[in-house]
Design a protein around this ligand. Structure first.
Ligand code: ZN
Length: 119
């Protein structure tokens, strides 16, 4: 599990790379910090930077199990080795435990930032 500071830095790098239209929507893993706390940190650390005016929307990100059989459910335990037995089919399934997810701007769709100013 990454530290909140690393996530903050990664997110700020993401957001300075993609065009945002002044707002962004992310999910933060609930095992790391509460959405409100993360938002407060973001506002604090972006003060005086080009990201200062971004309106950040933060939601909780659940850890979930993703199996090749199609099973896709929230994983409740905090401790895991990156995989678990699928409760449906019994095979090993991936435990998806990302520190954060950028919902909007969607990195697969967003254009790269061409202008450093926000309007
Ligand atoms: Zn399965």
């Amino acid at each position: 599990m990454e530290k909140v500071g690393n996530v903050l830095i990664n997110l700020m790098q993401d957001l300075s790379r993609y065009s945002t239209n002044g707002s962004a929507h992310i999910k933060i893993n609930r095992s790391m910090c509460k959405p409100e706390q993360f938002k407060a940190l973001f506002n604090h650390f972006t003060r005086g930077t080009i990201l200062e005016r971004i309106e950040l929307d933060v939601e909780e990100l659940e850890t979930y199990v993703n199996c090749s059989c199609g099973y896709n459910q929230t994983f409740e335990r905090d401790e895991h080795a990156g995989y678990t037995r699928c409760p449906r089919c019994g095979k090993f399934a991936e435990v998806v435990d990302r520190p954060y997810e950028l919902v909007s701007p969607d990195p697969s769709k967003a254009g790269l930032r061409t202008n450093i100013r926000f309007s």
